[in-house]
Write a protein that binds this ligand. Sequence first.
Ligand code: SF4
Length: 442
Amino acid sequence: MSAKAPTIGVVSLGCPKALVDSERIITRLRSEGYQLSGSYEGADLVVVNTCGFLDSAKAESLDAIGEAIAENGKVIVTGCLGKEESLIREAHPKVLEVTGPHQYEAVVGAVHTHLPQVHDPKIDLVPEGGFRLTPRHYAYLKISEGCNNRCTFCIIPSIRGDLVSRPANAVLKEAESLVKAGVKELLVISQDTSAYGVDVKYAESKWKDRMVRAKFYDLCKELGELGAWVRLHYVYPYPHVDEVVGLMAEGKILPYLDIPFQHASPSVLKAMRRPANQDKVLDRIKAWRKICPDLTIRSSFIVGFPGETEDDFETLLDFIEEAEIDRAGVFKYENVEGAPSRDLPGHVDQDDVNDRYDRFMEVQTTLAHQRLQSMIGKTVDAICDGWDEDAEAYAFRTKADAPEIDGVTYVDSDDEIAEGAILKLEILGGEGHEMVGAVVDD
Ligand code: SF4
């Protein structure tokens, strides 16, 4: 028999915007299987969505919180008055958690913490790991929306707005559910992963028996405890990435960094408004490789950006060689509608753009070949992505290969190998971005 679903009461005060916020919170909780109650007695916990516009509205909100505590006892506060947490806590010290306006994730995260929903496959419409379009054994984990940078070729901030980080406990809960549902590899994504938590001043949230800051290192450390491969995408080479490379050296997360450098010439980076100084970046990469010799760096670059000279382009080629960028994607500059770079002087002739693209690919192919040769004879851990009909072999990925964008290792085997199985492979050979390997018995 199914256990009774946890039940929430919602008190909604204030303007129509606050009402819409309440509706969003209710919709989300209902979709997760929580029940709603119209009375304090029928609820296991009460969410009070407050208003803080006028002094009279603040007083009304504080009264409503007091009533909910007296009648029910378990109360989470959200909404406009949430900005004045000390005022609420002074008046009502028993309040479980306080979140601000439009913080749906934080409210829902607080409900999860204080009234956990037990997944029941017989009645829940949504599977424990949510609906996913990726195969069962890997999943993307989005840790924030938007971006605080203003790169001149990019219109994402104008579409998605500034950085909005998810609370650490919401990210960790989703990650844990995915792992419980069979995910073996978590791919951490955002527009700027290393900036995680800057917008919320690294706010702490309760996870299990401890408080976890919404900070890049802290989140990676906790994700590393879940027993899945953790791969980081869209990381910028800020100094605090160093300590995360330490976690890679300890084997807590995968020794893999996807860093979209975009260019290497200081003048092009300036015109792109990228926050980086290339000398320091080279030093940083060298220091990372000392900390974690197995580190794989993937990056993407743009050739033919307005103002890019032949010298700038040569600087870029030197950089990918000197920095030993393991995997490099390259794009030809495009004049995106609405991007500030359209108005920059010195647009590069399309023939030159095409020529630079080809030359980049040549260098990149040579580097990839050298890297592949250095892998032959090595034994590495690899995850099985299933049977590949075209290759008539099992497709695997090593720790150095992200799905969709990096290479594959093909394995011929008479034994059936399950998707998501992590096995030891000996690398026998290969070409381009594809390797051939054989399963090594432990
Ligand atoms: S390119 Fe990336 S970092 Fe730059 S503004 Fe766009 S989303 Fe932000």
